[in-house]
Design a protein around this ligand. Structure first.
Ligand SMILES: [Zn+2]
Length: 250
């Protein structure tokens, strides 16, 4: 689905160990090089998604996150550092990602996703990873991704529990099929360890890599839920809602 771009010798050396993956190979790496991904918020979850995608050699990342680094970000937002307290989060993220991968193209947007900017942000990329905690942002992103036919990976967590699924618009259930309205008790601030958001972030990054390079079995039509307090993982099938306001037949 992405445009493949031939590798340089330097890139071949950097990505050698993942190019050894049998169903990925150099063709997969060329697909990642030609790919672009929007990460909505680079907090506990999105920091890890962006870091893994940068390390894996995705060609371009668009990062959207408003606000400045706060002390309470530092237990989990791994692209934020003490020396950047009080300064913009996207600048800290961009700086850290460039240290890791100077070949990466980065578009850093100091805004959270909203109905006003979702279409413009999604239009710049091949795939979206939704790492936003608020349902208004998540719904705006879901709507824009479905409208533009772009795959979107949906992640959520609370305490030591989390879930993740991948959406192929028109084929698999979207966020609104599962959650048509914001759950009544949802809040922006919630209990979380960095090891929980980081786990979801790694899973989301691997989903993105598989979808971009076209290998493996992504979590499409399936919801993975897990509880790190008990280490129970479960995958269940989910269905599209034909009456869904976003992706339904209407
Ligand atoms: Zn839907």
């Amino acid at each position: 689905m992405t445009q493949r771009i031939p590798l340089t010798d330097e890139e071949r050396a950097v990505y050698e160990w993942q190019i050894w993956v049998d169903d990925f190979r150099e063709a997969g790496q060329e697909s990642l090089k030609g790919a672009s991904v929007l990460v909505s918020r680079v907090g506990g979850l999105g920091s890890v998604v962006a870091y893994e995608l940068a390390a894996a050699g995705v060609g371009k990342l668009v990062l959207a996150h408003a606000g400045n680094v706060k002390p309470s970000d530092l237990n989990r937002q791994l692209l934020m550092t003490h020396d950047w307290l009080g300064k913009p989060r996207v600048e800290s993220a961009e700086r850290r990602l460039r240290d890791l991968n100077p070949r990466l193209a980065i578009v850093a947007v100091g805004e959270n996703v909203s109905e006003a900017n979702a279409d413009r942000l999604v239009a710049q990329v091949d795939l979206v990873v939704d790492c936003a905690p608020l349902f208004e942002e998540r719904f705006a992103m879901n709507r824009a991704a479905v409208a533009q036919g772009k795959p979107i990976i949906e992640c959520a967590m609370y305490d030591l529990e989390a879930n993740i699924m991948s959406v192929i618009p028109g084929e698999t259930p979207c966020l609104a099929c599962l959650t048509p309205e914001q759950p009544p008790a949802w809040k922006r601030e919630f209990p979380v360890f960095g090891a929980v958001s980081g786990t979801v972030g790694c899973l989301a990054a691997m989903e993105a890599i598989k979808l971009l390079a076209g290998f493996g079995e992504p979590l499409t039509g399936k919801l993975l839920t897990f509880d790190l307090r008990t280490m129970r993982f479960a995958t269940r099938r989910i269905r599209r809602n034909r009456q869904c306001a976003v992706c339904g037949d209407g």
